[in-house]
Design a protein around this ligand. Structure first.
Ligand code: UDP
Length: 378
């Protein structure tokens, strides 16, 4: 490249960090070509900082943008205002955002207002229902309107972008960087995770069920139904351990603790450090989740996944038969879980390959960014 490029990574939640860390580490290999700025909106303050540290990364900016009981508009206003200062203080050549959060939309908009190109990692996922996931579906769609490079994980995502009129030269199918992150874990780190479960008296064997639920659209009555289904399963399968890393959002945290705390075979944990979560996915017989990232990661470990959502922007997994949508439907969650829990773990392992990636996405992204700058005339 003709001169070093300053690249701003705008991130703020755990999944954004897990999925951008491999890209940051890849760009930092070429420290004569890229000056990387990490800007953390702290949309999830504790989770984001904990996850950055696991990858050995530190934010250059911590924006502390969240307040209690804030509206979406007020947090958006605060993130935009804080980011604007960062863009005024630095000579940024490009912005990288990932996914579909408020942070992504604000990063993309601020960059656009400064006429700085936006590169969108994990572009083109669509449910086409603006309220599922809310508000993320729209944030991802709006980010596509201003992005100059769209890194689509799969061909399905690319086709969605093409249908929306985005030029094919700007779309690159690269796989999902979440799979790259999985391969960042060393044997030593995995061993530490094994010890974590021994210390916490949690038996990791062939009868392990991992459950996560946190999405906004599952708050209210839906989380009540999900909890009822978990109560039923924990009673029926007393020889199985149900491990739930509980999201700190009070809408789910309080109900889960009140209703599930009394079960001996349910382990309610704080949000897990990423390697400890990966250790559970690696060992689980079944995963029940509403998480996007976990839907993508689980097939790498051949673990069947029931997705507690009515829509998913990750249909490739459903099509490949590695995950199934069960909504927040009491009967469906129970029925499909029983199909798996009543069999041996070996019999229910997935045969299909992970449709979301091969662990080389970050290398592809770096090469495309390099070409992008090499082609640009200044
Ligand atoms: N994750 C984690 N600890 C947990 C739960 C999830 O490290 O206790 C990881 C998970 O492996 C995945 C990402 O966080 O990579 C998913 O984040 P989350 O479920 O919060 O959000 P989503 O993917 O739905 O946007």
């Amino acid at each position: 490249m003709k001169r070093m490029k300053t690249i701003a990574f705008i991130l703020g939640t755990r999944p954004e960090i897990i999925k951008l860390a491999p890209v940051i580490l890849e760009l930092r290999k070429y420290n004569k070509d890229y000056n990387v700025i990490i800007c953390n909106t702290e949309q999830q303050k504790e989770l984001s900082n904990q996850t950055l540290s696991y990858f050995g990364l530190n934010a250059d900016y911590n924006l502390d943008c969240m307040r209690e009981n804030q509206s979406l508009s007020s947090v958006q206003a605060r993130i935009l205002t804080s980011l604007d200062k960062v863009y005024c203080e630095n000579n940024i050549d490009a912005t990288i955002v990932q996914g579909d959060t408020m942070t992504v939309l604000c990063g993309a908009l601020t960059s656009f207002y400064h006429k700085i190109p936006v590169f969108h990692v994990e572009a083109g996922l669509r449910s086409y229902d603006i309220y599922e996931p809310f508000p993320e579906e729209v944030m991802r769609q709006m980010t596509s309107r201003v992005a100059d490079l769209h890194f689509a994980p799969t061909v399905v995502n690319k086709d969605a972008l093409l249908k929306e009129g985005i030029s094919k030269d700007k779309i690159h199918v690269v796989g999902n960087t979440v799979i790259d992150a999985l391969t960042c874990l060393s044997d030593d780190v995995i061993e530490e995770s094994r010890k974590f479960y021994v210390q916490n008296n949690i038996n990791i064997d062939d009868k392990l069920v991992l459950i996560t639920a946190h999405r906004r659209e599952n708050h209210g009555e839906r989380i009540d139904r999900i909890i009822s289904a978990i109560e039923y399963l924990a009673e029926k399968y007393q020889d199985h351990s149900f491990v739930i890393p509980v999201h700190p959002n009070p809408n789910v945290h309080d109900k889960i603790h009140t209703r599930l705390g009394k079960f001996l075979n349910i382990h309610l944990l704080k949000p897990l450090e990423y390697p400890n979560l990966v250790y559970l996915m690696k060992n689980a017989k079944l995963i029940l989740t509403d998480s996007g990232g976990i839907q993508e990661e689980a097939p790498t470990f051949a673990c069947p996944t029931l997705v507690m959502r009515y829509e998913t922007e990750r249909k490739e997994g459903v099509e490949a038969g590695v995950s199934m949508l069960v909504g927040a439907d009491y009967k469906k969650i129970i029925h499909e879980s029983e199909n798996i829990l009543s069999s041996n773990k070996e019999q229910t392992r997935l045969k299909a390959q992970n449709p979301y990636g091969d662990g080389k996405s970050s290398e592809r992204i770096e090469r495309i960014i390099r070409e992008y700058f090499n082609k640009k005339v200044y």
